[in-house]
Write a protein of this length. Structure first.
Ligand SMILES: Nc1ncnc2c1ncn2[C@@H]1O[C@H](COP(=O)(O)OP(=O)(O)O)[C@@H](O)[C@H]1O
Ligand SMILES: [Mg+2]
Length: 269
């Protein structure tokens, strides 16, 4: 199968005054359709920067080296840096979407959630409002939001944290992207709600055939849903493997440390 995205020796430095922060020191990996790849590492290791690089939303003072090759829909074997701004805008939201820790970051308190999903759809597709309504309901169904017609008319403040995250996911999948980047999507949620959102990711993987990069610092989440694991440490990928390889036979000292700080990971379940 062909990959959706391939990072080749990706380096990101931030140039601030006379300082250079090496955020990514040359990382390489691929994400395929219909798989959940966990990018796991402690705070500051470069996880969010990786997502921002794939979406090309890093600040101007970031220096990016290496390649990000896309194989998504009409962007076949395309190097991200060779694309026009218009193409990059088309990719964001239409072909690659991002889900953040805080759904409030993407939800506007002044509009109903239905209006916001419809807006996302109409921003990328030339269809009637009636058709957009149908597609919005469909997105809410895909995000497993109960009673979508009722919820459609509600405002973000009328919803729990977990439901708001589902709405953010409905917005992210409304245009059927092939790749989802989920940056600590359950960190702000309690354990039960977090487990439900992880289950939703599994169903999106199967039903929509998306590839998902699931960023987390939590190995419990990794064990729960990931097909493959990338362990990132100080801007470098220090270990990769499937979930069982990593948990059964961690090789890098950092992975061993991560695992030993959660000794009861399998017995908890
Ligand atoms: N916009 C930015 N400007 C300067 N430094 C940044 C910026 N974003 C991230 N960094 C630095 O890059 C490194 C990686 O950050 P990040 O990817 O956000 O880590 P995390 O793994 O917690 O998501 C950190 O040292 C962080 O301070
Ligand atoms: Mg982060």
């Amino acid at each position: 199968m062909e990959y959706l995205v391939k990072l080749k020796n990706l380096k990101v430095d931030f140039l601030i005054e006379d300082q250079i922060i090496e955020a990514l020191k040359g990382i390489s990996f691929e994400i395929f359709p219909e798989e959940i790849v966990a990018l796991v590492g402690e705070s500051g290791s470069g996880k969010s920067v990786t997502c921002q690089a794939i979406l090309d939303i890093l600040p101007k003072y970031a220096r990016v080296e290496g390649d990000i090759i896309l194989n998504i829909d009409k962007y076949k074997n395309k190097n991200l840096k060779s694309l026009t701004d218009e193409q990059k805008r088309d990719i964001r939201g239409n072909h690659i979407s991002m889900i953040f820790q805080e759904p409030s970051a993407v939800l506007n308190p002044l509009f109903t959630i239905g209006e916001q999903i419809v807006e996302t759809i109409l921003a990328h597709q030339s269809i009637s409002e009636g058709e957009a309504y149908k597609k919005a309901i469909e997105a809410m169904e895909n995000a497993k939001i109960p009673h979508p017609e009722i919820r459609f008319k509600q405002y973000p403040h009328e919803m729990s944290g977990g439901l708001k995250q589902r709405v953010a996911i409905a917005i992210a999948i409304a245009n059927y992207p092939k790749l989802l980047l989920a940056d600590e999507p359950t960190t702000a949620l309690d354990v039960t709600v977090s487990a439900q959102i992880l289950k939703l990711f599994k169903s999106l993987k199967q039903n929509l055939k998306v590839g998902i990069l699931l960023v987390t610092h939590d190995l419990g989440i990794v064990a729960e849903v990931a097909d493959r694991v990338l362990v990132i440490y100080k801007g470098e990928i220090v270990e990769t493997g499937d979930v069982f390889e990593i948990f059964e036979n961690p090789k890098h000292p950092y992975t061993k440390k991560l695992l030993s700080s959660r000794p009861s990971i399998f017995s908890e379940k």
